[in-house]
Design a protein around this ligand. Structure first.
Ligand code: NAD
Length: 512
């Protein structure tokens, strides 16, 4: 092994330095060029900026301690159309609520018929912290998702942007890595406020991005509708706005999005799992799966795996965990979560055709595959000690901590690492970007055919690196990438990424 070359001052341990451990390990193993290593150790740019929006007036539930003072307050009748319920239990108050209203208010407190006592909180401007980290563009424009979540930080976006640099290289699409978003709980905002926030975010972001410079996509807390707003704000008033459609991916198919993009990440993960079974002369039919996260990635992966004959035994999300030893009907669960107006929180909690269990009980379910498809850092050392599966197939970004990794390896639990497992999203984003450039629209069959071929061949290269079996077959060639010794799958994936990125620096050199 080549000795580690210290290129930076020793620094405090952060989630970024922790996430970069696998980079450092793989860089040591391949003796990565020292200057290339410096280029990759820190992002090219770290943008932090602020976005202000005006929040509407709200009716917030009155604390229990203040309620006795208003026990004689009569009911007020407001037009329900003018009250938008939010997940934190409050209502956004719109002026039309007052049409034909009957209001009794004391000290700004009203009693809503059948709902209880609420305090009026006047509308006010609010400031939100926003980010875009551009990690590396050696292989092409920066590319990566947009996250709206209350727990984001610069360090987290650095981790996620660097992950995109590795992932785009592994997927072999001509992009670099970026990531950004806003520190906000989107569930605490009304749809109009979310729209205003998104437009303002792009107003500030516009000088930094573009279809040949940096291309955002959806991530946690954002979706195709948000991408549509970002597109509008970026292109409005531009003379050649149609040529700019590729500035964001993950759009609705009616405005330049690609068929297959919504399901692409779950689809890609299912292709990797299929390839893992194919290597053992089997298929996922009959495999027992436990799942964390039932959002875009988790729900689509579950549906596709169920379509391949797998059985989904348990699902955990931010509000609950459900378990059915006979298997969960995924289509039925999808409609319970996504087409059910009374399930405003979009959660699996309370699903009537399964047992409700605790989050920690998920890890005890005896199964073949664990699919983490929620947030990072969930599979810690103790969780890895506890789980009873053969394979962890990572749909989320960074779901396993370094300690979790060591425990999985010790216990012989196999891994499909995130940078190949969830690369389906960015691969189809690339197809969307090409279609936008060419003004084309491909069929879902064509998209999935290309995706399957791309992911499975890159997965085979990583497997060959891991086993040190350099091969050239009709579908892949790993001869350039194997390093003369066996390594774990996560390191193997990073070796592939670094070798592909290093080639750009070696062949193009450095500008001065
Ligand atoms: P999403 O917002 O659609 O869904 C997130 C899911 O995670 C929800 O079901 C939510 O309830 C659950 N969750 C949130 N906090 C939780 C907690 N503390 N415990 C358990 N469950 C929790 O997001 P998504 O787009 O499906 O992304 C999920 C993961 O996949 C993220 O790590 C994201 O970075 C990664 N990813 C997404 C894509 C994509 O195309 N959407 C691509 C690559 C990677």
């Amino acid at each position: 092994m080549t000795a580690r070359v210290a290129t930076t001052e020793p620094s405090r341990q952060t989630i970024y330095t922790e996430a970069m451990e696998v980079f450092q390990r793989a860089a040591d193993l391949i003796g990565l060029d020292r200057r290339v290593r410096m280029e990759l150790e820190e992002p090219d740019y770290e943008h932090i900026f602020y976005v202000t929006v005006k929040l509407h007036t709200r009716l917030s539930p009155l604390p229990a301690s203040e309620q006795p003072r208003y026990k004689d307050l009569p009911d007020s009748e407001l037009l329900p159309d003018g009250l938008e319920p939010l997940l934190d239990g409050s209502f956004v108050f719109k002026r039309r609520a007052l049409i034909n209203a009957n209001v009794f208010m004391r000290d700004g407190v009203v009693r809503l018929k059948g709902k209880g006592l609420y305090k009026v909180v006047p509308g006010r401007p609010e400031r939100f912290k926003a980010y875009r980290v551009q990690h590396n563009q050696a292989r092409g424009p920066y590319k990566g998702g947009t996250r709206y979540h209350q727990d984001v930080s610069l360090d987290l976006f650095k981790v996620l942007a660097a992950e995109m640099t590795w992932k785009t290289a592994i997927a072999d699409v001509p992009f670099g890595g970026g990531k950004g978003g806003i520190k906000v709980d989107p569930k605490s905002l009304s749809s109009e406020e979310l729209e205003a926030l998104t437009l303002r975010y792009m107003y500030r972001l516009k000088p930094l991005i573009g279809p040949n410079l940096d291309i955002p996509a959806p991530d946690v807390g954002t979706d195709g509708a948000i991408m549509g707003l970002l597109l509008r704000q970026f292109t409005d008033g531009e003379r050649e706005r149609h040529s700019l459609r590729g500035v964001v991916t993950g759009k609705d198919t009616r405005i330049g999005g690609s068929e297959g993009r919504v399901r692409a990440t779950g689809q890609g993960l299912a292709y990797c799992i299929q390839e893992w079974y194919a290597d053992r002369g089997a298929t996922p039919a009959g495999a027992r799966v436990i799942l964390q996260g039932f959002g875009n990635v988790g729900s689509n992966a579950a549906e596709i795996l169920a379509g391949m004959g797998a059985k989904i035994l348990a699902v955990n999300d931010y509000a609950g965990t459900i378990f059915n030893p006979n298997g969960i009907d995924v289509a039925d669960l999808m409609s319970y979560v996504y087409e059910n107006p009374s399930n405003m929180r979009r959660t699996v909690a309370g699903y009537p055709k399964a047992q409700q269990i605790g989050k920690n009980d998920l890890w005890d379910v005896d199964a073949d595959i664990l699919v983490p498809a929620a947030l990072g850092g969930e599979i810690t050392g103790p969780v890895a000690e506890r789980i009873k599966v053969k394979l962890v197939a990572e749909g989320a970004n960074g779901p396993t901590t370094p300690e979790g990794d060591r425990v999985l390896a010790k216990r012989g639990i196999e891994l499909i690492p995130d940078i190949i497992g969830n690369a389906g999203g960015v691969t189809v984003s690339y197809y969307e970007w090409i279609q936008n450039k060419r003004m084309e629209h491909w069929s879902e069959g064509e998209v999935n055919g290309r995706l399957e071929q791309a992911l499975k061949s890159n997965y085979r290269i990583i497997r060959d690196i891991s086993r040190n079996t350099p091969r050239r077959t009709a579908t892949h060639n790993s001869q350039r990438y194997c390093i003369g010794r066996e390594v774990d799958m996560r390191t193997a994936a990073m070796v592939l990424a670094l070798k592909r990125i290093e080639a750009h620096y070696q062949l193009e050199g450095f500008s001065q």
